[in-house]
Ligand binder design. Structure first.
Ligand SMILES: Cc1cc2nc3c(=O)[nH]c(=O)nc-3n(C[C@H](O)[C@H](O)[C@H](O)COP(=O)(O)OP(=O)(O)OC[C@H]3O[C@@H](n4cnc5c(N)ncnc54)[C@H](O)[C@@H]3O)c2cc1C
Length: 416
């Protein structure tokens, strides 16, 4: 016997939880399944940056040559690549390389900007409406630079943002030290993306999970989806080790695991994991005033209530979520090049998470082209927290047949 449900959400990361929230608000019934603990996975240990400024996709001109250059200096490289001849992985790499063009950037900017701005606004609304206490700061994201060449690249990024009507303020040395007293003397400049924000993602997702349960969602932790049954282009049953569900509608929000969940459905979801790490530190004497991005080293730093999180590294193709102590130590050392940090640090937690990454840098949001009752909400790469509220709202709108007010066609499944 299968349990009849209205909307069944697979995956309780930032995307699944926000889909659930907006579906419940729209009056739908929600059952959410997570193979582990909803709200505690790849969304929890991340940097917590909410970045409407992030409008340029990962697949952009120059990315491949920069990545290759970084890989020649392994101890300092923010980037890594798994060596594997697995066909799906090689196909992904080829597609990614082909997408690193000016055309891809031009096409990706308008949808990323619309989704990012909507999401930033929805974060403010949710946090105010639900009274969430989650170290939410709206004082921007400050990029710090130690070298003139990286600072010049930062200025060019600010120019791109200005062209698209987004705020970005270039700060010369004195101004950047006034803005962030925790910055070391070696920092020669910065760019302040003042429309950005940050929060404690684990805390926020815990509160959101509790809220959707209060709103009536059935949340099943430690309930992995093991198979899907289809008939005539409709998902008829969803299997787990303990029970089966018979949903009216399914939302796939399983992040980097999404391709595994739909294997057997004849759906081509080109998503690869991009692993990253974080360390969370307590008892820091000089907490930075706000969220930082350490330019040359691509390390993110976020102050929470009495804590500091430092995150970094992007390893394409790596699926394990066991933190690598060597990289944790290297990320800490990178942070010490830019900001004052105690020696030694009191590390509360080390962590690894997966960014579900598509070849062209846009997420996949929309109905499956092959299934009447399957909605895809996945592939958000390094922006899965930032874009989650808007994705949740778009998904609820699609379910309810409501127009989202901007062009969501670029997010459809583009690989058939
Ligand atoms: C180091 C690092 C720093 C980052 N910093 C930021 C940041 O500052 N801002 C930002 O926006 N993003 C950031 N990200 C990216 C962000 O964490 C991801 O984009 C986001 O977690 C993706 O959300 P998701 O809900 O799609 O997937 P996930 O968070 O991975 O959630 C998917 C869920 O699906 C569940 N699941 C998987 N398989 C099954 C199954 N078979 N059955 C049931 N459940 C299943 C998993 O257990 C998981 O809970 C960072 C990522 C890393 C690694």
């Amino acid at each position: 016997m299968a349990v009849k449900t209205d909307v069944l959400v697979i995956g309780g990361g930032p995307i699944g939880l926000h889909c659930a929230y907006y579906l419940l608000k729209a009056g739908r019934g929600v059952t959410l399944l997570d193979q582990a603990q909803a709200g505690a996975g790849s969304g929890a240990g991340n940097a917590g940056h909410i970045v409407p400024s992030h409008i340029v996709p990962l697949a952009a001109p120059g990315v491949i040559s920069t990545a290759l250059k970084w890989m020649l200096d392994p101890p300092r490289s923010p980037f890594g690549l798994k060596w594997s001849l697995q066909p799906a992985y090689l196909a992904w790499l080829i597609r990614f390389a082909a997408a690193c063009t000016e055309t891809n950037v031009t096409l990706a900017i308008p949808p990323l900007k619309a989704l990012g701005l909507l999401s930033a606004q929805l974060f403010a609304e949710i946090i105010a409406a639900e009274n969430f206490d989650c170290s939410y700061r709206t004082n921007g994201l400050l990029f710090l630079y130690k070298t003139q060449s990286a600072f010049e690249a930062g200025k060019q990024e600010a120019e791109i943002l200005h062209r698209h009507g987004l705020p970005a303020e270039v700060l010369e040395k004195t101004a950047v030290h006034e803005r962030e007293p925790a910055a070391l003397e070696s920092v020669i400049g910065g760019v302040d993306f003042s429309g950005d924000a940050s929060l404690d993602p684990a805390h926020y997702l815990r509160l959101l999970k509790a809220r959707i349960v209060q709103m009536g969602a059935q949340v099943h932790d430690y309930t992995p989806v093991t198979g899907l049954e289809t008939k005539n282009g409709t998902i008829t049953r969803v299997f787990t080790p303990t029970e089966a569900f018979q949903p009216a509608l399914v939302v796939l929000a399983a992040g980097a695991w999404s391709p595994q969940v739909v294997r057997g459905l004849r759906l081509n979801l080109p998503i690869q994991p991009a692993r990253g790490y974080s360390l969370t530190v307590v008892g820091v004497k000089n907490l930075p005033r706000g969220a930082l991005l350490l330019g040359e080293r691509k390390v993110a730093v976020t102050p929470f209530e009495g804590k500091l999180r430092i995150t970094g590294r992007l390893e394409i193709g790596e699926m394990s979520t066991v933190p690598n102590p060597l990289w944790i130590q290297r990320i800490e050392s990178a942070a010490r090049e830019y900001i004052q940090l105690d020696q030694p640090l009191e590390i509360e937690e080390t962590w690894a998470g997966l960014r579900p990454t598509t070849p062209d840098g846009l997420p996949i949001i929309g109905f499956s082209p092959r299934h009447k009752n399957l909605l895809l909400a996945t592939g958000h790469a390094m922006l899965g927290l930032s874009l989650a509220p808007a994705t949740g709202q778009v998904v609820a709108n699609l379910v309810m047949g409501v127009d989202s007010g901007f062009d969501i066609r670029p997010f459809r499944l583009r690989w058939l």
